[in-house]
Each structure stands twice: as structure tokens, then as C-alpha cells.
Design a protein around this ligand. Sequence first.
Ligand code: ACO
Length: 193
Amino acid sequence: MEFRFKLSEFLDCEISKINKNLLPNTFSGDRRAAAKCIGYVSEIMDSMGIASAHAQALQKPITSAEKLRNSNYDVYLLVDFEANNGNGTVLGMLKVGRKNLYVFDVTGMSHEKKALCILDFYIYESSQRQGYGKWLFDHMLHGENILPQEMALDKPSEKLLAFLFKHYGLQTIIPHNNFIIFEGFFDYLKSEV
Ligand code: ACO
């Protein structure tokens, strides 16, 4: 996705982590630079949120600058600095955050867990199926120091389920209201006890 500004003006890395302050984790600059950067990041969050909602046939975006500002979630943003005549393009975003889940294991025992959840994952249409999603997801796993089976998914699409099966072998789905988890989630709970 192209924007009216040059991405390298305010982003240093191909993958940036952005939280509620709407600044990349690598940002260093004065207040004026910060205000400008927040404006740019807000535009990206709003546009990518709308595009992601369209791609998932959702009525309303689940990601926007305002929603991120009022949350404790993080967005990993993937960009290509060279594209668009050197102005750069945004290739994708991955929003993650912790939610309190009540889950039942196979014995029927309930567990309460603040699990890291995949909340919104989107690669720009023309860039899908080229490995960018895997790159972004792997970066997030490394950053969060977590395994894919330790995470929960908020209303995953068929494409996301196919993605997780292909790249991480995640197959056995355990539904929990709007969330799903995979086999292996409970091993992770046990290891935390
Ligand atoms: N149909 C079926 N499977 C797909 C599709 C598709 N159109 N696109 C990607 N995949 C899966 C397949 O397993 C594919 O492997 P294959 O091409 O050999 O069949 C694999 O993902 C490709 O891996 P990557 O190239 O690394 O993934 P990509 O960059 O396409 O990113 C993503 C995956 C994020 C799911 C992307 O396709 C996308 O943005 N889809 C539209 C939005 C969406 O559905 N997001 C998930 C919403 S649910 C949530 O966020 C909790």
C-alpha cells in the first residue's frame, strides 16, 4: 500500500513494532518529529485497518489508530523501503495482544489464561502468497518469545488457518467462543504451572 509520505523518514527497519503511543519502537526524535511520526503512523493504521477489514469481509475495521491508542496491543508493520520509487510501500501488519481466556482442556478442566492472541493479520493483496506473512509472523514469534501453538486466534479466516497449517503444522483446532487454540496450547499451560 502506498502513502503520500516517504516511509524511511520515520521508520528504520523493515519490521517495526508499534504500540499505543503510535511510535515505532526504534523512534528517537524530538517532540516535533514525534508528532509528525504519530500522524503518519495513524494514517497507516487507519488505511491498513480498512483494507484488512475488506479482505476479511468485516463490517468495521478492527484496527485503527484510535483503537490502538486505547489498547495495550502491539502492531508489527512490514514495509518495503525500495518500492514506489523509493518512497516505500507498506506490505502488511500483524496485531497481537493479551486477552484473558477461559479454556477447557480434553478432561473438561477449565483454565484461565492471559494468552497472547492474533487479533488482526493482513498482507496487502498484491503481496500475498510470496512469503511476507511468514516473515512477519516469524519476526513476531521471535519478538514475543513464543511458539505458534501457545497463541490463540481471534475469529481466524480460512487463509490464516491454511497459513498456520502450511508453515507451522497447526491442525487440530479447539474452538473457544470467538477464539480458537491448537493442540499444544495445554502443554504450554502445564509448563507454566
Ligand atoms: N487461500 C488459501 N490459503 C492462503 C491464501 C489464499 N488466498 N493466501 C495465503 N494462504 C496461506 C496458504 O497456506 C499459503 O501457501 P500456498 O500459497 O502454498 O497455498 C500460505 O498462506 C502463504 O504463506 P505466506 O506467503 O507467508 O502468507 P501471506 O503473505 O499470503 O500472508 C495472510 C497470509 C496474512 C493470511 C494473507 O493471506 C492475508 O492477508 N489474507 C487476507 C486477510 C486475512 O484473511 N487475514 C487473517 C484474518 S484472521 C485474524 O487476523 C485473526
